[in-house]
Design a protein around this ligand. Structure first.
Ligand code: ADP
Ligand code: ZN
Length: 706
């Protein structure tokens, strides 16, 4: 149910029949009398009464059975709004009407206006006092009437013009053939549609959806972020007209309710939205599409933890429909399932119309930094600066992308970009300034930061901290006239700002956009000729076993942002590691080469898909308490685990403190779910021994490893 749409039930009190008799006979006095009188007009909420009357009065009345408990239902906040519309009555005799209104010029004028305009909102007429009076008279005479109409919000904006069916490419034809058969035959099978950006994946979705609609079934389309709903909704409406509803948290309560109701009533068969749209009230699903399926946003890591793919699978099984997972860079687990034959892989290897992929080039920061003035840290290297200058001179647009998330706690070398890693886990170590140590957040390995870089032997290790603001500053310094926008977690926190900035870029009110990974996702900006990545290495050194995968995905996605228009696009990536296996294949948009190497690494270190990973999280405002709880549970884990299960930790979470709470975690690697479930059952019993002030969370296949 959408929020605000369900009635709320609160505790209340009402008069009993004894109470009514007591009032009638005036037996009560003082406060008790006032209380009974207050309730004589109907039940009231307990909270309200407690503010007005003493506890003893309420207790006395309850004891004497003068009042009793009752549930009070408050109306839901969101709902369908009805509006009054005024229209003139049909089948009126013009002559008679004219005669009737002959001596009332105001009424005659209003009547004439309504006849010309057709039905009008009553509130509009009533806003003029003279018209309001005239309307009352016209209603009394039976010349006009008021009808209730459902108020429709303009949630989706104006409808786009209808598109024309393109002739499918050979590869699209093949994919569409297989998918439409699965839709028609009602097979709850999962397909991976693997295709580079611009290869026509969306067109394939549209065809599968059309087949579902033809069979009078519904369709669910998921995108990773609210800002991406806009484009897909546009494509869907251009193909299917008004048969589309959106569901996401960016809508107002009323808008969401209205969209939800359109789906629930069956009026509209296609639901589009971010993760939570999985719960759209659709009957008889014909197909589920998960676009950009590799995106970590498909995991809900707070509250009710779920992975969109899992919920989609159960819906698909319930309704007998296929799932299409679309991506240029599939999640490793998804791609691996295709090898085992658990899911079917469909390939779209080329861009539509043989449009070239943008050219991608690395800028080796080790070399550039060597020729920079001593001590100066390069943000924009000379080659990137040159490219930016020529694009701006020619009136083109550029995106500068900072490949990092919120916190800079790895120690990396200025000169070679080397980062210290854990010897046990091959995960980058995180710097703790409080005790000047480097720690592994998987196994809790500790070491002191090295004085001399272990990568190149020279220089001094130093904290890396290039935020989006610093990049903006650098660009402003070089291009004072350029119109610069910035998009990161800070700016995005303000409602509507993200869309405005993206619109500004789309309509060329911005020359340069600087941003974090939010910029990278599926947006389509034809004017963007240059994409620059400031520091690709950040993603690589994230304390997460998926760091290499994320790095490759991000670079490939970013590269896909350039050259979507007629002009060829250029992508420049600044990095210390141009030879890294997660970097090099990004040059040629070569997912398969990356995949073949990464899957070997996962197998060696026993990370998913070769194990089921479970994260047990502990958080409390009391550090001692959280440590004790984590150690207690870790001990239990080790006692109960079979020899095939590895228990790592407890260790502080990479974000060791969040909103005042200390956070610890244990990671468990198990060969399969069965072993793991038995173990978790055993440890859950320990919950009772742990103080309530420590929160414990169990999460299978965690994606947010922070
Ligand atoms: P993707 O979703 O893989 O990025 P799209 O489906 O958006 O790719 O296709 C890229 C562009 O090519 C879009 O503008 C789309 O309208 C167009 N397109 C897709 N399929 C065809 C086709 N068979 N013939 C012509 N144009 C097509
Ligand atoms: Zn480790």
């Amino acid at each position: 149910m959408p929020t605000g749409s369900t009635p709320r039930i609160t505790a209340g009190l009402k008069l009993s029949s004894r109470g009514q008799t007591a009032i009638a006979n005036s037996v009560a006095t003082g406060q008790l009398k006032d209380l009974l009188n207050a309730l004589s007009r109907g039940p009231l909420r307990s909270a309200v009464l407690k503010r007005r009357f003493s506890v003893s009065t309420i207790e006395l009345a309850t004891r004497e059975r003068l009042i009793k408990r009752v549930d009070i239902t408050t109306k839901s906040r969101a709902g369908t709004r009805m509006e009054d519309w005024v229209k003139i009555e049909e089948n009126l005799n013009p002559k008679e009407t004219k005669a009737q209104l002959a001596r009332s010029p105001r009424q005659a004028k209003l009547f004439e206006k309504l006849r010309e305009s057709g039905p009008v909102l009553a509130s509009k007429v009533r806003s003029h006092s003279s018209d309001s009076r005239a309307l009352r008279e016209l209603l009394r005479r039976g010349l006009v009437s008021v009808e209730k109409r459902k108020f429709e919000r303009k949630t989706l904006g104006d409808a786009p013009s209808r598109d024309r069916l393109p002739k499918l490419s050979k590869e699209q034809e093949e994919a569409v053939g297989i998918l439409t058969r699965a839709v028609k035959k009602k097979r709850s099978e999962t397909f991976l549609l693997q295709g580079v950006t611009g290869s026509g994946k969306t067109e394939v979705y549209l065809r599968a959806i059309a087949t579902a609609l033809k069979d009078k079934r519904s369709a669910l389309v998921l995108v990773p972020e609210i800002t991406l709903t806009h484009q897909i909704v546009h494509r869907l409406r251009a193909r299917f007209g008004d048969l589309v509803a959106v569901l996401h948290s960016g809508l107002s309560e009323n808008e969401r309710f209205e969209q939800w109701e359109k789906l629930k009533s069956g009026e509209v068969p296609i639901a589009v939205g971010a993760r939570s749209a999985l719960f759209a009230p659709l009957d008889d699903l014909g197909v589920i599409v998960i676009d950009e399926e590799h995106d970590p946003a498909y995991k809900n890591s707070e509250g009710f933890r779920y992975y969109a793919h899992d919920i989609a699978s159960s819906r698909a099984r319930a309704d007998d429909c296929p799932i299409i997972l679309g991506s240029a860079t599939p999640a490793l687990e998804t791609r691996y399932s295709a090898e085992g034959g658990k899911i079917t892989r469909l390939k779209l290897p080329f861009r539509i119309g043989k449009r070239p992929m943008p050219s991608v080039r690395f800028i080796d920061l080790t070399k550039e930094q060597a020729s920079a003035p001593r001590g100066e840290k390069l943000i924009l290297s000379p080659p990137l600066l040159k490219a930016l200058r020529s694009v701006l001179d020619e009136g083109g647009q550029a995106i500068l992308f900072l490949n990092r998330r919120g916190f800079a706690t790895q120690i990396s070398c200025f000169l070679c970009g080397h980062i210290e890693r854990c010897q046990n886990c091959d995960i980058s170590l995180v710097y703790h300034s409080t005790n000047h140590s480097l720690r592994c957040h998987y196994c809790d390995y500790k070491t002191t930061p090295p004085e001399i870089c272990r990568g190149c032997g020279g220089g001094q290790g130093s904290l890396l901290g290039t935020g989006t603001e610093r990049v903006e500053e650098a660009v402003r310094g070089q291009f004072p006239k350029a119109r610069i926008g910035r998009l990161d977690r800070d700016t995005a926190a303000r409602k509507g700002v993200t869309q405005t900035i993206l619109d500004n870029l789309g309509e060329h009110r911005l020359d340069v956009l600087i941003g974090t990974q939010m910029v990278a996702k599926g947006h389509d900006f034809p004017g963007v000729r240059l994409v620059g990545v400031i520091h690709a290495d950040h993603a690589l050194h994230f304390p997460d076993f998926r760091a290499a995968e994320r790095c490759f995905q991000l670079l490939t996605q970013v590269a896909g942002r350039a050259g979507r228009g007629k002009e060829p696009g250029q992508v420049l990536i600044q990095t210390y590691n141009p030879e890294h296996y997660a970097m090099k294949p990004a040059l040629s948009h070569d997912y398969e080469t990356f995949y073949q190497q990464e899957i070997v690494a996962r197998k060696e270190l026993l990370y998913p898909p070769f194990c089921v990973l479970t994260q047990i999280g502990f958080s409390s405002s009391n550090l001692k308490e959280v440590e004790k709880a984590a150690e207690h549970v870790a001990r239990l884990c080790r006692q109960n685990a079979s020899h095939e299960i590895a228990v790592l930790g407890p260790a502080p979470a990479p974000i060791a403190r969040l909103r005042g709470k200390h956070r610890m975690r244990i990671l468990i690697k198990a060969p399969d779910h069965q072993d793991l479930l038995a173990l978790v059952q055993a440890i859950k019993i320990a919950d009772a021994q742990i103080p309530k002030t420590t929160r414990i969370t169990y999460e299978f296949n965690p994606i947010d490893m922070l």
